[in-house]
Design a protein around this ligand. Structure first.
Ligand SMILES: Nc1ncnc2c1ncn2[C@@H]1O[C@H](COP(=O)(O)OS(=O)(=O)O)[C@@H](OP(=O)(O)O)[C@H]1O
Length: 332
């Protein structure tokens, strides 16, 4: 058996199943509705969500080859909602006995960089320490796109004000944008975002896919917000520790472990780490400077980009989409 995708999905490129996937992939690319991509020319609408060609193949591969384990924990998010932050918080909380705080980030190949991304060709697993149970995964796919077997896994979902997501995503995608395309203006990105045409989007349906699942199985999905993490990180870290089955003990509380974790994963600390200061991150076929993952890290940067009218339009969509779901928007 050869390892072709990442080491948690094993398949032979010439087996019958794989050939079936390639045929289906080809057929889908010819038949699915197409929309404008933010970094490449086309996105495809697959079961209600916009993804590129490579991610479409990844979904088909996951469906056939991914074998979940009940102890798996998946960090899920719409891109630019705080994934990097949550990833470091989850890893540091879960592994607080295994890695002391001083040696966490000293190596270029520190364990955090090896958490596999479901649906991207990057993050090949090399470090067995992070792959012992519970296995940690990250995904940007909506809940309804993930294989049915993953209903046994635990999910931590983080969402963020869509206005800040839009601004963050526009900055990021401009860096990835193919050189043979004309630059994507903020106004164009805004329009596409409102129409739901953005990688992994529509944003609102993405959030709702996890929100609804969290209502059905509250013990399986921890639903978090970037904004609450900014305002009360200590509350969130304790929630994360409980949810992941490693509650903070009284003794740890006395030693201030919660704040040690928070300070370790702070925006300033992560951005200034040697491993994050230089070098690039591979995202499928793209490469992006690691510094791009740490831009401003603030609530409300949208105020510098959106007119009053634009703000009202996004808030209006949020209100309308979330109506009746029990999910509170981002202005209340
Ligand atoms: N530690 C910490 N604290 C607060 N905020 C942080 C932190 N780390 C990253 N960020 C900000 O999160 C935004 C990137 O989101 P993601 O990590 O989800 O990006 S990605 O989807 O994984 O590419 C991006 O937001 P913007 O600054 O608004 O662009 C990052 O700056």
């Amino acid at each position: 058996m050869s390892l072709r995708f990442t080491s948690f999905i094993e398949y032979e490129e010439d087996d019958v199943e794989y050939n079936k996937i390639c045929d289906e992939h080809k057929h889908l690319l010819e038949t699915l509705p197409k929309g404008s991509g933010w970094s490449i020319q086309h996105l495809y609408n697959y079961n209600g969500f916009w993804i590129d060609e490579m991610l479409l193949k990844a979904i088909l591969l996951l469906d056939t080859y991914f074998k979940s384990e009940p102890t798996d924990i998946v960090l899920a998010s719409f891109m630019k909602s705080g994934t990097t932050w949550l990833k470091t918080l989850m890893f540091s909380t879960l592994n607080r006995d295994r890695y002391s705080f001083s040696n966490h980030f000293l190596h270029n190949n520190h364990p955090l960089s090896t958490i596999p991304f479901l649906g991207m060709k990057s993050y090949p697993m090399t470090d067995s320490t992070t792959f012992s149970a519970p296995r940690l995964f990250i995904t940007h796919f909506a809940r309804t796109l993930l294989p049915a077997c993953m209903s046994s896994c635990k999910f931590v979902y983080v969402c963020r004000d869509p206005k800040d997501v839009l601004v963050s995503k526009w900055h990021f995608m401009c860096k990835l944008r193919s050189k043979d395309l004309t630059p994507l203006s903020f106004d164009e990105a805004f329009e596409l975002f409102c129409l739901g045409v953005s990688e992994f989007g529509p944003f609102w349906e993405h959030v709702l896919s996890y929100w609804r699942a969290s209502l059905e199985s509250p013990d399986k999905i921890l639903f978090l917000r970037y904004e609450e993490l900014k305002k009360q990180p200590e509350v969130v870290v304790r929630k994360l520790a409980d949810f992941m089955g490693k509650p903070i003990t009284m003794e740890e509380e006395k030693k201030g472990v919660v704040w040690e974790i928070i300070n370790l994963c702070s925006f300033e600390n992560l951005r200034n780490l040697e491993v994050n200061k230089k070098g690039v991150e591979k995202l499928g076929n793209f490469e992006v400077e690691k510094q791009s993952f740490f831009r401003k890290g603030e609530i409300g940067d949208w105020k510098n980009y959106l007119s009053e009218e634009m703000k009202d339009r996004i808030d209006g969509i949020t209100k309308q989409k979330f109506q009746g779901s029990g999910l509170i928007g981002f202005n209340e």
